[in-house]
Design a protein around this ligand. Structure first.
Ligand SMILES: *Cc1c(COP(=O)(O)O)cnc(C)c1O
Length: 224
């Protein structure tokens, strides 16, 4: 292996405080890289393409917890529903409903996060804060017994300005508190704040992230 996954993994883990979990983002990286991290005890991995995830799930150890972190089309939900551990980027009621439907077929309850759009980039997916408020207020999710809403996910703008990144993440953290109090005060499962990637995870840790999604700093640059 031409990249020292193990030492990079430990460098990251050493900087994470208690209560912050690492999702190792393995998209576009070969199985041997995942196996190297697995041997060090890493069990949570994130992928963003359904076919790639399907292959890796078939080939790699079954106790890996796979998080789907990409934009998920509703027609792809059925392929990952039998085994996915968490779907992180739920950005519409339609997708939430389809996850619930497919999870029911599998006899599962699937963990999900609602993805917020706070970054300035127009290309990023996710619910605006108001759209997220609407979705929760409308209440249909209450009757979806095969999804478990575990928290919020977001990606900060891809900029050098650390203050802007911090502002965006703090907005997400404040919004988490608002939603938690209003809809999930008695629901211990609603506790995850998934933000922070290779370039900004230290800011994320300062802004109450519970789950950082790190790829490049562990596995090196992706070859597309
Ligand atoms: C690729 C990806 C990451 C990891 O990005 P790195 O900069 O490689 O750490 C995190 N979150 C999402 C949603 C991604 O698509």
């Amino acid at each position: 292996m031409d990249y020292d996954v193990k030492s990079h993994l430990h460098q990251i883990l050493d900087t994470l405080p208690q209560g912050v979990r690492l999702v190792a983002i393995s998209k576009y990286h070969p199985n041997e890289y995942i196996e190297a991290a697995y041997e060090e005890g890493q069990r949570v991995f994130g992928e963003s393409h359904e076919q790639e995830l399907r292959q890796k799930h078939e080939q790699l150890p079954k106790d890996i917890e796979w998080h789907f972190i990409g934009h998920l089309q509703t027609n792809k939900v059925k392929y990952i529903a039998p085994y996915v551990s968490m779907i992180e980027a739920v950005d519409s009621l339609k997708l939430l409903k389809e996850i619930n439907r497919q999870a029911e077929k599998c006899g599962r309850v699937i963990n999900v996060l609602l993805e917020l759009h706070i970054a300035e980039e127009a290309t990023k997916y996710g619910l605006t804060l108001d759209a997220c408020r609407e979705l929760l207020k409308a209440g249909e999710w209450h009757s979806m017994s095969h999804v478990r809403i575990c928290g919020l996910m977001m990606m900060a703008s891809n900029v050098d300005d650390e203050d802007q990144i911090r502002r965006e993440m703090q907005t997400a953290a404040d919004f988490f508190d608002e939603i938690k109090e209003k809809y999930f005060a008695n629901d211990d499962a609603f506790r995850e704040r998934s933000w922070g990637m290779s370039d900004d995870y230290l800011i994320a840790v300062e802004t109450h992230s519970t789950m950082v999604r790190i790829g490049t700093s562990i596995f090196g640059p992706r070859v597309y």
